[in-house]
Design a protein. Structure first.
Length: 310
């Protein structure tokens, strides 16, 4: 019965996926156009989406590659959850992609788990499978994309968006790029930007809160004590919203909506295996490497108040 219902609703998954392909491709075109002409962007060159852009093979190919890499990372993340659910015979939907006219072309993807997760081992495995898969897929995108990225003269801060760098990007950049001179910035290749988005999504999902992936992992490892960790992160989000990026206020609101408490499992006193505890430690390391305090720089609360000061 459930299988028949899944087949009847799969059209929505397919439709959202196709729309996300188009939305990420369009953003990929914009990213590729800016990347191709990055060296002259500081000369007040106005880059627009003219019809000729869509006949430039290099721009089109880069746009397709960006969309393919980003969707591949997001799909890998969600399939990590979905296939683990299937392995444990837990009912879950296929991934739903969310197309959106944003800086990256999508608001991500998700699956809906329709039956309760009752075992601690199942909870941990489902929670950790997505971020690990997404992180592994982001690594080659970052290595390859950074090796092709450009070092260009810095634009005035008020004329450009400056993206924050996770620790992982700094490490890989140190291995693949020559030293960046003062007065210059790294202009990311579209593939590297897709990898950057992948690490950002991984970090967001690993927050140890509620029913996020990190919340599943935290509850499986700490049990009811994980609620104290979630409370701490709620306070951290508020502080980071003031000093780093106002978007953390949105995350604080999401936490309130999702709730700090995680649903209980029936074997709450059971201990996870040593191998799973090691994977839990790896998830923490991945979170540290992927986390970006200010995904977009210059948008903390004080910066915005200065902009609106009369």
């Amino acid at each position: 019965m459930e299988e028949e219902k899944r087949k009847k609703t799969v059209w929505l998954n397919v439709l959202l996926f196709i729309l996300t392909v188009f939305s990420t491709f369009f953003v990929g075109i914009v990213l590729s156009l800016n990347f191709k002409y990055a060296e002259v962007a500081d000369q007040s060159t106005q880059l627009g989406l003219e019809a000729s852009v869509f006949t430039d093979p290099q721009i089109i190919v880069l746009g397709v590659i960006y969309a393919a890499v980003l969707i591949g990372i997001l799909l890998g993340h969600e399939l990590g959850h979905y296939l683990t659910c299937r392995y444990y015979r837990i009912n879950a939907t296929l991934p739903y992609f969310i197309p959106a006219p944003t800086l990256i072309g999508t608001l991500g993807a998700f699956i809906k788990i329709k039956s309760p997760i009752t075992r601690k081992q199942h909870l941990f495995d489902i929670g950790v499978a997505g971020p690990l898969t997404g992180f592994v897929l982001s690594l080659p995108a970052l290595f390859y994309g950074l090796s092709l990225s450009k070092i260009v003269p810095s634009l005035p801060r008020e004329e450009s968006l400056i993206f924050g760098e996770p620790l992982l990007l700094k490490i890989i950049g140190g291995l693949t790029l020559r030293e960046v001179p003062l007065g210059n910035d790294i202009f990311l290749h579209p593939v590297a930007f897709a990898g950057w988005v992948g690490t950002l999504v991984t970090a967001f999902n690993l927050f140890p809160v509620g029913q996020l992936d990190g919340g599943h992992i935290s509850y499986a490892l700490l049990g009811p004590r994980s609620k104290s960790v979630a409370r701490l992160f709620f306070i951290v989000f508020l502080v980071m919203g003031v000093f780093f990026w106002v978007g953390w206020f949105v995350w604080a609101l999401i936490i309130l909506v999702l709730g700090l408490r995680h649903p209980r499992v029936i074997d709450e006193e059971a201990q996870l295996s040593a191998s799973r505890k090691i994977l839990g430690f790896m998830a923490l390391v991945i979170f540290i490497l992927s986390f970006i305090p200010a995904p977009i720089k210059g948008y903390n609360l004080f910066d915005l108040l200065r902009q609106f000061r009369f």
